[in-house]
Design a protein around this ligand. Structure first.
Ligand code: ATP
Length: 365
């Protein structure tokens, strides 16, 4: 097991900067996910770690050994980086059995026959596919094929596992199940893993840390909980779920602890307290993020209190979604998305008061 370190890593395609000065350290045994919209540079970053593409700037190390350094002209080819890879496009080979698919990386490395058999069966056991060794690969479900691809990546005990949207070909239910299984294999083996996805819920469910990228740059690195709760900027805030993002002006600011400040803010027709990672001066404009699941609806003119942001508005429409009901409340200057219990009594046109606790309202500058 080992670490992966990226220092000022860039990739230019002509004038276009696909990856721009990325600094990242993936610790031994850690599961880190690169997350971001299409074209933000996730795959290019992973391909540079894999040695399938070469960085035009900066340095990449695996297990504390430099594998690529643009300035010094160092480039260790992919096959010598001892990496396991599960890429969406790296499907398993249809003309081979499951056993032969998994054995392939060991045969290429000319390992003895007995060792190959042992290692393949061990890898298949890890993904709970040992009963399928002699099956032709096409006679497997999508999820089983995915497990074979993971077994093939694990079979030569790679230092690091790289995965690019490995679950994207599966249906939603299988994706969830395979993701959970993969995470438990990864934890059991303590493999250092770098994972690429554009699916925020997959990233949150699997990762120790998430790296949010946008237009070639890292926007934030943190635990899934931290990134969801305390986004560093508007881009990160907007990327997770469908938050309410509201413009407001700061009236006052006090420090709560070493991580958080309390801001009193005022918007058009609403006011109250929220929290922020940095201090702000009076009169400054901020964006306040409020997640739909943190908003409460009460009958109109309910007493606001000093620890809540409060709006008055009217129910514009509601959509039943099973576990929740989405409600849109029209206020003076905006429309608030609210996740409410599914079987409450909500009447279109009804005047309501909407409230959010101070700690659930997060301002980004
Ligand atoms: N070989 C190439 N030549 C020119 N531009 C490229 C090349 N490969 C990637 N790019 C560009 O670099 C940017 C980043 O691409 P990349 O594949 O890393 O994005 P991504 O975040 O993985 O997106 P997706 O989720 O759609 O796969 C894109 O704008 C892409 O068009």
């Amino acid at each position: 097991m080992s670490n992966v370190i990226l220092e000022q890593v860039s990739r230019n395609f002509g004038e276009f900067v696909a990856v721009d000065g990325v600094n990242l350290r993936v610790n031994e045994g850690e599961f880190v996910t690169l997350l971001g919209p299409s074209g933000c540079g996730k795959t290019t970053t992973l391909r540079m770690v894999a040695g399938l593409d070469q960085n035009t700037g900066g340095r990449i190390s695996i297990d504390n050994e430099v594998v690529s350094d643009a300035a010094r002209g160092i480039f260790v080819p992919s096959e010598r980086r001892r990496l396991g890879m599960v890429f969406q496009s790296y499907a398993i080979w249809p003309h081979m059995t499951v056993f032969d698919n998994v054995a392939y990386p060991l045969r290429v490395r000319r390992r003895p026959k007995a060792e190959i058999k042992d290692q393949v069966l061990r890898a298949l056991r890890l993904v709970e596919m040992e009963g399928f060794a002699e099956r032709p690969a096409p006679a497997l479900s999508g999820g089983q094929q995915q497990r074979v691809a993971i077994a093939r990546a694990l079979v030569f005990e790679p230092k690091v596992l790289l995965l690019d949207e490995p679950l994207s070909n599966l249906d939603a239910k299988l994706r969830l199940q395979m993701g959970d299984e993969f995470r438990s294999i990864q934890k059991r083996l303590g493999m250092t893993s770098l994972y690429v996805t554009h699916d925020q819920s997959e990233a949150m469910a699997l990762s120790d840390r998430v790296v949010v990228m946008d237009r070639g740059s890292i926007q934030q690195v943190g635990s899934p909980e931290d990134i969801y709760r305390y986004p560093a900027n508007r881009i990160v805030a907007a990327f997770f779920g469908t938050p309410n993002l509201l413009e407001a002006t700061v009236e006052s600011c006090t420090r709560i602890d070493e991580r958080r400040f309390r801001l009193e803010v005022v918007g058009q027709g609403w006011r109250g307290p929220c929290e922020a990672a940095s201090g702000a001066r009076s009169g400054q404009t901020v964006t306040v993020m409020v997640r739909p699941e943190d908003v409460r609806i009460t009958p109109a003119c309910s007493e606001g209190d000093a620890d809540k942001l409060t709006w008055s508005g009217r129910i514009a429409h509601t959509i039943f979604r099973g576990p929740i009901r989405s409600i849109v409340v029209q206020t003076d200057d905006s429309r608030l998305n609210i996740d409410a219990p599914p079987f409450g009594n909500y009447t279109i046109g009804e005047n309501v008061t909407v409230m959010v606790q101070q700690r659930a309202a997060w301002a980004v500058v």
